[in-house]
Design a protein around this ligand. Sequence first.
Ligand code: FE2
Length: 392
Amino acid sequence: MKTYSFVTAKKILFGVGAVEQLGRELKDIGAKKIAIITDAVIKKVGALDKVTGMLEKGGFDYAVWDKVEPEPALEVGEAAIQFTREGKYDSVIGLGGGSVMDTAKAAAVSITNPGSLKGWVKEVFEKPLAPLVLIPTTSGTGSEVSNAAVFATPEVKYVLYSSLMYPDIALVDPELTRTVPARTTANTGIDALCHAIEAYVSLKANPITDALAVEAMSLVAENLRAAYAYGDNMEARSGMSLASLMAGLAFGNAGTVIGHACGYAYVYPATKFHFPHGYSIAITMPYVLEYNAISNLQKHATIAELLGEPTSELSLREAAFRSALAFKKLLVDLNMPTSIKEVGVTKDMIPSIAKNVFKSTAHVARNPRKVTEEGMVRLFEKAYEGKLECGT
Ligand SMILES: [Fe+2]
């Protein structure tokens, strides 16, 4: 009998209109003077007004720092820390996508711990975080329930990772995702699906993460196309918010595998691309599913079925390989590329892209099939041609 563990945010608050309970929740965790970490887009679309409105109603002292950038560099994190320390805030709200929530985590660390972000990456900090509330405005990253924060430049990626870094409250209100543009809905929604799939097949999966991953996959299958097609469809938006949260809970404990490692591989020195996170993973995912299928035919057959492929007439092997086809069909419906040739990858880049996969050592170690350089070259060659084994 294996031993399992499962950790996450101290409290999850989910539902349309959940943001209206923010004042009461902040009082419960002892927040008085609050730094709101966000970005300029969130300010424009009205989500920030909703949050500040709640704070004013509750009589809180607060200030807004809106300079987070997509995939923030270390300097962005350090600037947020400087703002938080200079203003002597006692608590933090992160309102935005994954980059914003990651930056908010660093700001909450800085209230209770000496030192700088770069130092914490190397040595890990010691004291628990100041009160922290994370409020996602996209459905995808799951950062509101994870204990990691990523800061990157095109050359280097810094990941701050600590068992102390879970927020006090993950507040998920689908209404805040209503105005997310269709392209971002697709890129973030498909990231949530990859979190669920990869957590499900990970060597670190357990029955708890499996249950969450299965439900997340089925919610994405039911809702992502509709949320992409018509952003005001709040039923689809709610389904995607829940899918993202559940996938976050799954991969926050089981981890992701080479789907993410392949997505991270389209970088320096192999290429000069700067693809959005979910997009870079999605364009290779059908070929990752095909590579991994033989490691666990049953789980891959279940993925195919959850994503809507009829499998009852098929052999287990055939059903497992349909998982790749099911994913590819979703890419087509979301107007996303189904080969890496379409995004500008050339054949001569493939050997060094394949090498980059091995930089994500933890992802490679959790992958259900042994990862070889030859195997990765073959995987990217298939992704280049856009051809699956089953001929589609
Ligand atoms: Fe991701």
